[in-house]
Design a protein around this ligand. Structure first.
Ligand SMILES: [Zn+2]
Length: 172
């Protein structure tokens, strides 16, 4: 199969002319093919390392460019500009197309939603179920119905449920 084929080629590794039996042959010999293979592996490893190094460098910065943010979040710069337009990411425009973003902004949008709620959580603004029952002489079932009907955002921490005081006070 193809054994009669003779194709004049130039070795991609050493540059010598040689005769190949297949159109896909790129190297004159096995050593050249092997050398090319190892060089490719080495180059790939190097570029991977370089990428890693610069990511770490970006990670240490407090003020980021849109490009750097895109790299950190592994998305396109277009997505970042869209998030800025939407107000999801707060950015500062130094001048046209010179946008800077604070690192905290990125940490903020990456923080899980629940954790964000916990940060805002101030227990004195919430009733526990027990407090509600005692204060308003109301059953758990009735409480849940009100929460559902009024679409009150309750906070669940472990087994405990906390209900914001303000909407409840307005209703009951
Ligand atoms: Zn060669």
């Amino acid at each position: 199969m193809g054994s009669n084929l003779k194709i004049n080629k130039v070795c991609k590794q050493c540059g010598k002319k040689f005769i190949a039996k297949m159109t896909t042959t790129r190297y004159c010999s096995h050593p050249c093919a092997q050398k090319a293979y190892y060089e490719r592996i080495k180059a790939e490893r190097l570029s991977k390392q370089k990428k890693q190094d610069s990511i770490e460098e970006v990670n240490l910065k407090e003020i980021l460019t849109v490009k750097e943010v895109a790299r950190l979040l592994e998305c396109s710069t277009k997505t970042i500009y869209r998030l800025i337009d939407k107000g999801t990411i707060k950015a500062v425009n130094l001048s046209n197309r010179m946008t800077r973003i604070k690192r905290d902004e990125i940490d903020e949008i990456l923080r899980p939603k629940q954790e964000k709620e916990l940060l805002d959580f101030n227990i004195s603004n919430y009733y526990t179920m027990k407090e509600l029952r005692n204060r308003f002489s109301i059953s758990d079932k009735a409480i849940y119905e009100i929460i559902k009907r009024e679409q009150i955002k309750k906070v669940k921490i472990g087994k405990h449920i906390y209900i914001p005081k303000q909407p409840i006070d307005n209703i009951l």
